[in-house]
Every structure is written in C-alpha cells, then in structure tokens.
Ligand binder design. Sequence first.
Ligand SMILES: [Zn+2]
Length: 269
Amino acid sequence: MSVGFEIGRVYNRRNDIHARFGGQQQGGIITPKDYPLVIIITGEEGLQHGYADRLRSDGVFEYFGEGQVGDMQLIGGNKAVAEHSASGESLLLFRKTATGLRFEGEMICDTFHYERSPDRQGNERNAIIFELRPLEAISEIVDEQGAPANADLTSLLAKALTAAAAPPKMGSGTPRNVYERSRDVRDYVLARAGTNCEGCHSLAPFTRKDGSPYLEPHHIRRLSDGGPDHPAFVIALCPNCHRRVHAGADGDTYNAMLLTCMASIQPKS
Ligand SMILES: [Zn+2]
C-alpha cells in the first residue's frame, strides 16, 4: 500500500492524516479502523505529562505508551503498537514540530518494558515503554540467504507465527530479537514458495550462491518490506513481480490482487 509519506516532510494532522484515514483526533496513538496503519506521534522535546521519548545509543527509539493518569494498560492504542506485526499493520512515527507533524519513518516494535514514571498528576506509576527500531535498519538481510535447506515447513511456520506475535514483555523468557524474528518469517515464506513465484507462478529466474531459488519476500500490507509480519501478509515474489508492485503503474492493483491470492496460499488463522 502506498500512503505517500516522505521521511523528513511535515504534514498536517487534520488534512493529511484524519481526512485520509480517519482515526482518533486526540492523543498520540492513532489507529484508523479501515487502514492497516498505527500512527504514533512523539512530542517536540518529550517530558510533557511525564513522557520522555528518547533515542538510545543502540538505535532503539523508546516511545511512551498512552495513559496520562495511573498505570498504563496494554489496551487500545498501546495494544495496537505492541501487536502491529501480528496484525500486519505499518507503524508510522511522526514528530511534533512548530509547523506540523514531521514523518520520521516506518518503525517495528521490537519489545516493550515497564518503567516507574510520574503521571500527569505527579504520582509514580508504571509506564509502558515501547522499544522501536526503524524498519529500514531491518530490511537489509533480505538477499543473502534462501530458506534453510531440508527445513520442515510445519516447524518453520510455528517459528514465523511466534515471531509475528506481540513481543512478550521483558523478563518473561528470552524473546528472539527483531532481526531474528524477521528472519524467521522470511525463512518460512521462502520455504513455502519453494521454486516458484507466488504471484505469477514462474520459476525463480536464478539461484542464489547457496543454491536456493531467488525469490523476494514482499510485505503486502506494509509500506516497506522487512521486519516480522504475519506470514498471511508476506508473499514470495520473483524480482519482476516485486518491482511491479513497488514501481508499476498498476502496482496498487497488483498488490491488492496478491492480497486476495493469500487467502488460498496462507489463510490468516
Ligand atoms: Zn512473479
């Protein structure tokens, strides 16, 4: 899906977001009902109502959940952020500026943790801190390897579904990180496709150096490819079909057709 937001450009919340997609007019998390989008807004400087979004030195952007008074709950917008991968939804980050909302890019929710932090009334409470990574930092592993050889499709699917599910909160086991989860989804989708493009059914045009057929995972409902996503929304395409989706005059229509095909390739359970 193409929504046309450019990184670094400033948009108007009412005209560019609500007029096009609907969604809640108040608050920092917007979840349009009819679009696979979760839009989050970070403050100009943070530290308002106890919110202190920040960029960590390891590249993770820490985003405070919603809920101004009392403990934050994993419901509503917070749940939408935590589960955006499992729901096949794009997570879009905007930053408030003096002139509007600057688009920072598409993110992936890696995990989240709780932190003691004052609420709007100055009382200590548990805040939910989402740990987000830019999707473009995760998209680079795509071409190097094919699906694991001799892999069992059932166990690959189980791993892919776990990878797409909402990340467990920190401290409950050792969840695979977002790169590993991204690879789990990709391994399964490539193994599922085998030798042929799932769009046009042509044989993969060449093999990788490791001998596997060259196909590319395409995220049908996302703005950009890469990252963990529900396997029902990821299709393995030949380079031709993949370019057609992203650059073709009929790209959006072709993409919508691919989404329809997924109902038989991989029904959403
Ligand atoms: Zn194809």
